[in-house]
Design a protein around this ligand. Structure first.
Ligand SMILES: [Zn+2]
Length: 178
C-alpha cells in the first residue's frame, strides 16, 4: 500500500495544476485568468484534465447550491478529489483501483469476522462480568442493571467503531468509482 500514491500511471504532476484548480474554483476559467495558463492547459494533458474535471465538479456543486468559499484546506481536499476522479477514469491505473477494491473488500470481510467472533464471545463475557459484579454489589438487581448498561455501551461502541471504519471506505469508493 505504500507505493499507491507514488506515480499516477500516465499522469505526471504539473507545477501549474494548482493554479488551474484555483482559477476554476474562483470562476476565472477560462476567461479572466492568465492567458498563458489557458494556452499551457491546451498543451499540458494534466492541466487540461484537471481543468475539465474541476469544471464538472464545480457545476455539480452549483447544482446543489453549495456555497463556493473554498479555504486553503478545502482546495487541498478538492485537489485530492480531482485526483481520485482522474485515477478512477484513467485506464492505466485500473489495476491499482482494482487492488484497492479487493483490499477494501478483504478489510470489510475481516471486520465482519471480528464482529461475529466478538458477538459470540460477548454473552459469556457479560455473564462473567455479572458474576463478578454480584460479588461486589449489594443486590442482584444492581448487578443486572450494571451489566445491561455494559451491554448497551458495548453495542454503541461497536456501532461507532463500525461507522468509523465503514465511512472512510464508503467515501473512498464514492470518490474513486464513476
Ligand atoms: Zn500543466
Amino acid at each position: 500500500m505504500t507505493h499507491v500514491r507514488q506515480g499516477h500511471g500516465a499522469q505526471a504532476d504539473c507545477a501549474k495544476e494548482q493554479l488551474v484548480v484555483n482559477a476554476v474554483l474562483s470562476g476565472r476559467w477560462p476567461q479572466g485568468c492568465d492567458d498563458s495558463l489557458v494556452s499551457h492547459a491546451k498543451e499540458c494533458m494534466t492541466c487540461r484534465e484537471v481543468a475539465d474535471v474541476s469544471l464538472l465538479l464545480r457545476e455539480d456543486s452549483e447544482d446543489s447550491r453549495f456555497e463556493m468559499h473554498v479555504p486553503a484546506a478545502g482546495q487541498i481536499w478538492w485537489r485530492a478529489a480531482v485526483r481520485a476522479r482522474l485515477e478512477g477514469t484513467t485506464a492505466a491505473v485500473r489495476p491499482i483501483t482494482w487492488m484497492h477494491g479487493i483490499t477494501g473488500a478483504v478489510a470489510v470481510g475481516v471486520l465482519m469476522a471480528v464482529i461475529t467472533a466478538a458477538w459470540a464471545v460477548l454473552p459469556d463475557a457479560i455473564d462473567s462480568a455479572r458474576t463478578t459484579a454480584m460479588q461486589f454489589l449489594p443486590s442482584a438487581e444492581a448487578a443486572s442493571a450494571l451489566t445491561s448498561l455494559l451491554k448497551q455501551s458495548l453495542l454503541i461502541a461497536g456501532v461507532a467503531a463500525t461507522l468509523l471504519i465503514v465511512a472512510p471506505l464508503a467515501l473512498y469508493f464514492v470518490l474513486s468509482d464513476d
